[in-house]
Design a protein around this ligand. Structure first.
Ligand code: FE2
Length: 308
């Protein structure tokens, strides 16, 4: 990989291959978030809750080298295939988008998260909602802008046209949020209390929040009380010289990336994420969700500072 820093904008890019079906092309890029962008605004977020600094000191220069955004392949077909199984095959829209921002496949069969999240919900969530976000952000961006996606989310104010800017914010945010969301889930464990993070992330959560149980209680409370549609994220504060974790709620498809921060663990509380199985009982969805959290995937994000 070759790091190329764009320091004036606080963003650096790293070229390199992509995992899974994502293939490197001549224009493949992955973007590394390194600092709060000039267009960040707290109005995009309804507020982080916890804020205790970790002991590990990280210089700003180190942060500049390491904080991460999402890999984006350029110039590849959007028609991608997920693993085949009884749950069916997750794909992109099935149409050739012919564009730069890819539609990653669902990394497991549609029914892999049963009974916590049903197959129909996963099919609609990936193949309709997620594909829709990607399709619309591609339509909104110029070819040059697509090459900088998703780092362009860290500097939305540089998009001059208000309508385009809002489209990129909403559809681009949806594309990134769902990409991470699908990757940090897995086949459910029988007992949610036995599904726990380890390694540096486990230590960091304990240090930050007091215990895993305390973190989960605070995170779940944020998810259950968020008014309207949005997300709850555990994220790392990008500009902090120390590795600081926060829980925050984000309206609509806003993302920690828009504040210059790195998402780690996100829960989609839009009704499309749970209504078929849980109806209006968002609380039951939130409580059950801990069974499908793919902690090793989250640990990897935290330890490598690179999103899947
Ligand atoms: Fe969603």
């Amino acid at each position: 990989m070759t790091l190329v820093f764009d320091v004036p904008r606080g963003v650096a890019f790293v070229s390199g291959g992509l995992s899974g079906v994502q293939r490197r092309s001549s224009a493949s890029v992955a973007c590394w978030l390194v600092a709060r962008p000039p267009d960040s605004s707290k109005r995009h977020c309804k507020g982080g809750v916890s804020s205790l600094s970790l002991q590990t000191e990280v210089s700003r220069r180190a942060v500049l080298r390491t904080l991460v955004l999402l890999p984006v392949a350029v110039g590849m077909s959007s028609q991608v295939n997920a693993a085949t199984a009884t749950g069916g095959t997750a794909t992109g829209s099935g149409t050739s988008l012919g564009i730069e921002v890819p539609v990653p496949p669902l990394p497991y069969p549609y029914n892999a998260l049963e009974p916590v999240i049903d197959a129909k919900t996963m099919r609609l969530h990936h193949d309709k909602h997620f594909v829709g976000y990607v399709t619309k952000v591609n339509a909104a961006l110029t070819e040059e802008q697509r090459k900088t996606f998703p780092s362009i989310l860290t500097r939305l104010s540089t998009i001059p046209d208000r309508t385009v800017r809002e489209t990129v914010r909403n559809q681009g945010g949806g594309a990134i949020n769902h990409r991470v969301f699908f990757e940090i889930m897995r086949t459910p464990v029988a007992d949610a209390q036995k599904n726990t993070p380890g390694g540096a992330l486990g230590d960091a959560i304990n240090r930050q929040f007091g215990s895993l149980a305390a973190f989960q209680k605070e995170f779940a409370q944020a998810a259950k009380t968020l008014f309207g549609s949005g997300w709850v994220w555990l994220y790392e504060v990008g500009k902090s010289p120390r590795r600081e974790l926060k829980i925050g709620t984000f309206a609509n498809q806003d993302s920690p990336l828009m504040q210059g921060n790195m998402p780690l663990l996100g829960l989609d509380v839009w009704e499309h994420a749970y209504y078929l199985r849980y109806g209006p009982d968002r609380g039951a969805y939130v409580d059950a969700w801990w069974r499908v959290v793919n902690w090793p995937a989250v640990e990897k994000i935290f330890e490598t500072r690179q999103l899947p």
